[in-house]
Design a protein around this ligand. Structure first.
Ligand SMILES: Cc1ncc(COP(=O)(O)O)c(C=O)c1O
Length: 400
């Protein structure tokens, strides 16, 4: 395959999906999609499990350990730093729980943080008698601006924990995660990096300078849902799984291999999913094609939106390969709740699955492309979806 080939010139090799062929799936970033081969491998394991459950669960921790070590090798991090968790939220919960009995937690998050992760951080601060502050970072802030604003916040008042995103959900942008972790450490604070979107998107997804990092493998990597990993820079022995089980007396990360009675076939399949996409298309090629398609999609949608909104393609400061942010017609998605509420009616009316987000009182639509998307998907969005959004925006302003 030529390196300079555009996505249109390269025939998509044999990756098959079970996505509804009548729909347009333009939101891989929220809940992923699992290729047929990966589903089959998981189903094969489930059949082994249901053939002899006692045998299965008796060797499960050993098998999880094997998959965990394989993932550490694929991600190029030391084996004793990485544990499986069910999702990014569970990984963050593990870290918050670890900090519960260490005195007041003085936590700093940003206004780009994932709501559920930031809420957990706030609860940690409240429960420990600490403080909780949110740093406001403009949408278009470049790396140096982000570092300056966060630096100001963590030096202005005691800070014990900085929670930052590697790739943001609502604003589809990157943050200088490594530099922020080093900055936090320099000022005596620990760092939790929310890398939910990073695996597969970033060629080196684990932020090894974070005290803790969490990443989802059920997003861009296309592993079955419920598959995420928690990294701890110094194999933090105070980390315990959300579910206390037989591993409690084992060291980190082995204690996370014990989950009680639970279907963790997704974890066992994670190395297969990673390798399957690598062997079928290759991660570098998937990243290249997804980014090229996202650029072309923005070109198509800019044309459809420019008569409806002032600035259809806002500057997000540090854009991310397969993700893009576009402004919604005025009046739509001014809050997270309003943005979320668009998702299902939009699918019902158009068949297009899209992420709607809200930031700073403005509504956006977020694209996250994957290898199964084609430019026709975005042409359809421009032709059918954008006029509907326009109509909804007029209705919402009339109702306001
Ligand atoms: C930035 C970010 N963090 C955390 C999460 C939570 O992921 P999960 O629902 O898998 O726990 C998401 C989900 O989309 C996210 O985008």
């Amino acid at each position: 395959m030529r390196n300079d080939a555009t996505y249109e010139e390269v025939a998509v090799p044999a990756l098959r999906w079970t996505l509804d062929p009548c729909g347009k799936h333009l939101n891989h970033g929220s809940f992923g999609a699992v290729p047929v081969a990966v589903q089959r491998e998981q189903q094969r394991l489930r059949e082994v499990m249901d053939w002899n459950p006692v045998r299965w669960f008796s060797s499960l921790a050993t098998n999880i350990a094997t998959a965990r070590v394989q993932m550490a090798r694929l991600l190029d991090v030391p084996e004793d730093t990485l544990a499986f968790v069910l999702n990014a939220s569970a990984g963050a919960s593990v870290v918050y729980q670890r900090l519960m009995d260490r005195g007041p937690a003085h936590v700093v998050v940003t206004n780009h943080g994932y709501g559920a992760v930031s809420m957990g951080a706030q609860r940690l601060a409240e429960r420990t008698g600490g403080t909780f502050r949110t740093v406001d970072i403009p949408l278009d802030a470049k790396s140096d601006d982000v570092l300056a604003l966060v630096g100001e916040a963590i030096t202005a008042a005691p800070t014990t924990l900085l929670v930052i995103d590697q790739i943001t959900s609502a604003t589809a942008r990157a943050f200088p995660a490594r530099e922020l972790c080093l900055l936090a450490r320099e000022h005596g604070a620990q760092s939790l990096v929310d890398g939910a979107h990073a695996p597969g998107v970033d060629p080196h997804p684990v932020c090894i300078d974070a005290d803790w990092w969490v990443g989802n493998f059920h997003k861009f990597v296309c592993a079955p849902r419920g598959t995420a990993m928690l990294y701890s820079r110094d194999s933090d022995q105070a980390l315990f799984p959300v579910i206390d089980s037989w591993g409690a007396r084992d060291p980190f990360p082995a204690r996370f291999d014990h989950t009680g009675t639970l279907d963790t076939t997704g974890w066992l399949v994670a190395p297969f999913a990673w390798q399957h996409l690598e062997d079928t298309i290759g991660w570098a090629e998937i990243r290249r094609r997804s980014a090229a398609l996202a650029d072309d999609a923005v070109g198509v949608l800019r044309g459809a939106l420019e008569d409806l909104v002032d600035n259809p393609v806002p500057d997000v400061g540090m854009p991310v390969g397969p993700m893009r942010l576009l402004a919604l017609p005025g009046g739509l998605g001014r809050t997270r709740e309003e943005a979320d509420a668009l998702r299902v009616p939009f699918i019902d009316e158009t068949g297009i699955a899209l992420s709607f987000t809200s930031f700073g009182g403005v509504g956006y639509l977020r694209l996250s492309t994957h290898i199964y998307n084609a430019i026709e998907d975005y042409e359809y969005l421009a032709k059918v979806g954008v006029p509907l959004l326009h109509r909804w925006s007029i209705d919402s302003r009339r109702g306001a």
